[in-house]
Ligand binder design. Structure first.
Ligand SMILES: C[C@@H](Nc1nc2c(c3cc(-c4cn[nH]c4)ccc13)C(=O)N=C/C2=C\CC1CC1)C(C)(C)C
Length: 319
């Protein structure tokens, strides 16, 4: 009996030790820092290698003094809150966080194949299969995100990264909004949720309602999706203009045109997303929700359920 109980205590000891190991806080010395892979508005993201495992990560570093001076602490808190909620293959994951006296460190997935935008610039436009595939992955990501009550609010090709497997990894949640949902997954209609936006997205992708200083809603992400589909197939942005003011004038009037030869099904889809009234955009409850968006003829024949495990189409330059 003694040996048995000894055995069990030693296994317990081993388990709790291994548990403790995963909980032990890392320090900057556990990593070798490499190139800067991106600058956020109050942070820098570095490529880094974990010494003990040789695994590569993206590490976001924020200066505490700068955050406090710029009153951005709530942004990093919100971002961490969002990352802790996310558990889906199409999003960058937060592996660990730690801090030293001056800085906060966020250890995140390194999306080895970089920004979708990089491929779009290299190829200038995507063909129909690639546009269908990658925008469908964005739709699945939005379905998951909105299901958690989270609005991305700054969706754009720079924030759609690509993993080793060439599936998407969406990132940059510093400016997301978390809505409280009722039992049917609908945003609760509260004063808090009607609060004005403390943030405006990137000019070319920002929605009319955000420019009119109305609260962002899930529709704001569908507007950005419309801009992204247009950009994948045309190589340019629907509301691009000489300067930001002119761009905003076009957005609030949903004033844009399609280039010659723009795919007809995609034209129909984009025209149902770039709609002034957010409630009337495809994907919103009034127009049949996510299932209506997923059954649009542009995605005819696409198997939504196997998408995350399917092999992505080759992003090929036109011959
Ligand atoms: C949009 C974002 N850009 C990026 N954010 C992240 C990357 C990332 C990687 C490349 C890349 C990889 N290979 N070549 C380029 C280019 C841009 C990246 C990554 O791997 N892992 C986590 C990231 C972000 C985590 C999130 C907390 C900020 C900004 C500019 C805000 C840094």
């Amino acid at each position: 009996v003694a040996t048995e109980s000894q055995a069990s205590t030693s296994t317990e000891a081993a388990n709790s030790a291994s548990l403790a190991k995963t909980r032990v806080k890392r320090t900057p010395n556990d990593f070798i820092f490499g190139k800067v892979i991106g600058e956020g508005s109050y942070s820098t993201v570095y490529l880094a290698k974990e010494v003990s495992t040789q695994r590569e990560f993206a590490i976001k570093i924020c200066e505490k003094k700068h955050l406090i001076r710029e009153r951005k602490t709530h942004f990093v808190m919100r971002e961490k809150e969002v990352f802790m909620k996310l558990d889906h293959p199409f999003f960058v994951k937060l592996a660990y966080t730690f801090q030293d006296s001056e800085r906060l460190y966020y250890v995140l997935t390194y999306a080895r194949n970089g920004e979708l935008l990089g491929y779009l610039h290299k190829l200038s436009v995507f063909d129909i299969p690639c546009t269908r595939f990658y925008t469908a992955e964005v739709i699945l990501a939005l379905e998951y995100l909105h299901g958690l009550g989270i609005i991305h609010r700054d969706l754009k090709p720079e924030n759609i990264l690509l993993g080793d497997d060439m599936h998407i990894r969406i990132t940059d949640f510093g400016t997301s909004k978390i809505l409280q949902l009722d039992e049917n997954g609908k945003p609760v209609n509260s004063a808090e949720q009607k609060k004005k936006n403390s943030f405006v997205g990137t000019a070319e992708y920002v929605s009319p309602e955000v420019l009119n200083n109305e609260p962002a809603n899930f529709g704001s992400d569908f507007w950005a999706l419309g801009c992204i589909i247009y950009q994948c197939l045309s190589g340019s942005m629907p509301f691009r203009s000489g300067n930001e003011y002119q761009t905003f004038q076009k957005i609030v009037k949903a004033e844009y045109t399609f280039p010659e030869g723009f795919n007809a099904e995609a034209k129909d889809l984009v025209s149902k997303l770039l709609v002034l009234d957010p409630e009337e955009r495809l994907g919103m409850p009034n127009t049949g929700g996510m299932s209506a968006l997923k059954s649009h003829k542009f995605y005819a024949g696409l198997d939504w359920d196997t998408l995350p495990s399917s092999s992505p189409p080759k992003l090929m330059p036109y011959l």
